[in-house]
Design a protein around this ligand. Structure first.
Ligand code: PGA
Length: 255
């Protein structure tokens, strides 16, 4: 396990109002004050980043964004938000290549451009990868490998060290159950092996691999301990303040 452990909350397009968002964020901030071995990042919708943000003396909650423009220069890019703008808001982490973005048209090439923009700005990218289906013949491993290779095209060895990988099997996102911890362990080893082939064993040993897909406070312990991942990417449970707070306590308590 690479320390500190990392828990990232992907709020997706939730909650409905800024007042609710501020309430959830402030409860999480209070809970992070006592954490010793875990970093907690929340990724609210763009409109809620400023109201929820703020590195504080009394908490350790960090801010992330759910995506970013591949464009780095200000200009005629309607609807886009640049990595510099996010940085200015206090954002330190950016999710790239989430399957819900890929489903809406993000190609590996777009993901790689977003990844490069984040790395160039000095922020930390959380690169999402994951197979659509898990077949018995193991063809999904080939598709995972291709996804990693294509998303990381033209990334230098130096930058590769800064990437956090979030392995999220698409079939386990928004589902009733997470992937089995034993299978998470096997696949995270495979992900590290692919990374090692691309960027060397030393880089691969340093990168964090997170698991995402139906994580709750109930399954977080086994996913971390049996799945041997460095952290978690949490969707629905991350906007349920009591559940998320319990989850980060469970993770922080793991030696
Ligand atoms: P979920 O979402 O925890 O609600 O399954 C995870 C994600 O999409 O990152």
């Amino acid at each position: 396990m690479n320390h500190p452990k990392l828990v990232v909350g992907n709020w997706k397009m939730n909650p409905a109002t800024v007042a609710e968002a501020k309430k959830i964020a402030s409860r999480i901030k209070i809970a992070t004050a006592k954490l010793e071995h875990t970093d907690v990042v929340i990724c609210p919708p763009l409109a809620f980043i400023a109201p929820c943000s703020g590195r504080g003396k009394h908490h350790k909650m960090l801010m992330g964004a759910q995506t970013v423009s591949p464009e780095t220069e200000s200009g005629p890019h309607t609807g886009e938000v640049s990595v510099m703008m996010l940085r200015d808001l206090g954002v330190e982490y950016v999710i790239v290549g989430h399957s819900e973005q890929r489903k809406r048209g993000d190609t590996d090439e777009m993901v790689s451009r977003r990844l490069k923009a984040v790395l160039e700005s000095g922020l930390t990218p959380i690169l999402c990868i994951g197979e659509t289906v898990r077949d018995d013949s193991g063809a999904y491993l080939g598709s995972l490998k291709n996804q990693i290779k294509a998303s990381c095209a033209d990334i230098s060895y130096k930058d590769a060290k800064k990437i956090i990988i979030a392995y999220e099997p698409i079939w386990a996102i928004g589902a009733t159950e997470a992937m089995k911890p034993e299978d998470i362990y096997e696949t995270s080893l495979f992900v590290k092996k692919v990374f090692s082939d691309l960027f060397g064993a030393e880089t691969s040993s340093k990168i964090k691999v997170l698991y995402g897909g139906s994580v709750t406070f109930r399954n977080a312990h086994d996913i971390m301990v049996i799945g041997k991942v460095d952290g978690l990417l949490v969707g629905r449970e991350s906007v349920n303040a009591p559940g998320f707070i319990e989850l980060i306590k469970v993770v922080d308590g793991i030696k």
